[in-house]
Design a protein. Structure first.
Length: 384
């Protein structure tokens, strides 16, 4: 079979907050025009990628919490529509890329004898809240599914270690390479409407972008800012782009500790406008307490920014200490403050580390990701 005739199905329970997938799926569809994306949550195409690939909405996705966490991902399960059965049997894909170990993945595996397709599981990365290493039931079910899965892709070495060591997957079946990557042009589609006046802000300017929820570590970042203030550091600015349930609580902490001059709140910034902010700031900071990957790290690197990153982000593997940024333990605000102080005290580091960031991420593009996914596709098809 050639690429023109192969039918490829992508199963995403949700594509919310996943605009970064649009350039990748667009490039992949150039090679495999008979690609179809199925999802239970579709927020629409990013500007510039309208109808670049085929999307079919199947039912509605809902995440059902069973155990809530204040520091990481909530435990629970993804509720998706069984109507995917009919969709797959009608489409008859040759290869199915499916997300993690959700119900749609199990359905794809159980229907393999009927559909005759190959199944590739995309396991974004490793994190305690999604690995379920202490749940014997979850591990049993996952190991069962891996026995009938043809290949696995993961962004990180930590993801590969989890698959091979905990789920006992053969290393030959695991393809580890960043495939969720950044496209700077997609982040610059609507910058003409951005009015960011930074002339009055103290430099260096640190940027955080993401959801304002406990897992993202904003409380710890503000505690670090409070430490800096007590140490006499006021000559910097932190821009926080995002929204979420924790917003009022965080703003109240900022006011109570007199951080208004140093910490600025931008509100939610659309994906297509983020590039304008990346361009004008000096340093990117991610204090997350848990992230399987962390796309914002790759986005900031693509814009040539030094990275101050939590060691609990999957993408921290891309940060080389002292070369393109620094790592810290977000549970230790003094470590965050120390990393920020380096940028404040040694502004010459910013350009040097930023160049290294841009150089090291330059190989990870949507085109490269699509080529990687194409290689995986050819590998599993060749085994048919």
């Amino acid at each position: 079979m050639d690429a023109e005739t192969l039918r490829i199905a992508w199963l995403f329970p949700s594509l919310a907050f996943a605009n970064y997938w649009h350039p990748i799926l667009s490039e992949f569809t150039r090679s495999y025009p008979r690609t179809r994306v199925y999802t239970g949550h579709w927020p629409g195409f990013s500007p510039g990628f309208e109808d670049a690939f085929t999307v079919k909405i199947v039912g509605a996705m809902k995440f059902v919490d069973t155990v809530k966490s204040e520091t990481g991902y909530n435990e629970g399960f993804i509720q998706v529509s069984p109507a995917i059965i009919t969709e797959l049997l009608q489409f008859k894909p040759n290869v199915i890329f499916t997300t993690g170990f959700c119900l749609w993945t199990l359905i794809s595996i159980l229907l393999k004898p009927i559909g005759g397709w190959r199944v590739v599981i995309a396991y974004e990365g490793s994190a305690p809240g999604v690995d379920y290493r202490n749940s014997q039931i979850r591990l049993f079910l996952r190991r069962f599914m891996t026995r009938f899965t043809d290949a696995f892709i993961t962004n990180s070495l930590a993801g590969k270690d989890y698959l091979t060591q905990y789920l006992q997957v053969s290393e030959r079946a695991v393809f580890a390479q960043p495939y969720e990557v950044s496209d700077p042009t997609a982040l610059l589609k609507r910058t003409e409407s951005v009015n960011l006046n930074i002339s009055q802000l103290h430099r260096p300017i640190f940027l955080f972008t993401g959801q304002l929820i406990p897992r993202k570590g904003l409380q710890q970042l503000l505690e670090a800012c409070n430490l800096l203030q007590r140490q006499g550091y006021c000559n910097y600015t932190v821009l926080i782009a995002g929204d979420g349930l924790q917003l009022e609580e965080l703003q109240e902490f900022s006011r109570a500790h007199g951080l208004e001059d140093s910490v600025k709140w931008l509100g939610w910034v659309g994906y297509e406008k983020l590039g304008a902010y990346f361009r004008q700031v000096d340093v990117f900071i991610l204090p997350t307490l848990e992230d399987t990957w962390g796309m914002v790290i790759l986005e900031a690197m693509a814009f040539g920014k030094p990275i101050l990153c939590s060691k609990w982000a999957g993408a921290s593997e891309l940060v080389i200490e002292g070369e393109n940024g620094y790592l810290f333990d977000p549970y230790q605000p003094e470590e965050i403050a120390f990393a920020m102080r380096r940028m404040i005290d040694q502004p010459s580091l910013i350009e040097k580390l930023g160049r290294c960031s841009q150089d090291s991420i330059s190989q990870h593009t949507p085109v490269a990701a699509a080529q990687f996914l194409s290689q995986v596709t050819h590998t599993v098809v060749g085994a048919m």
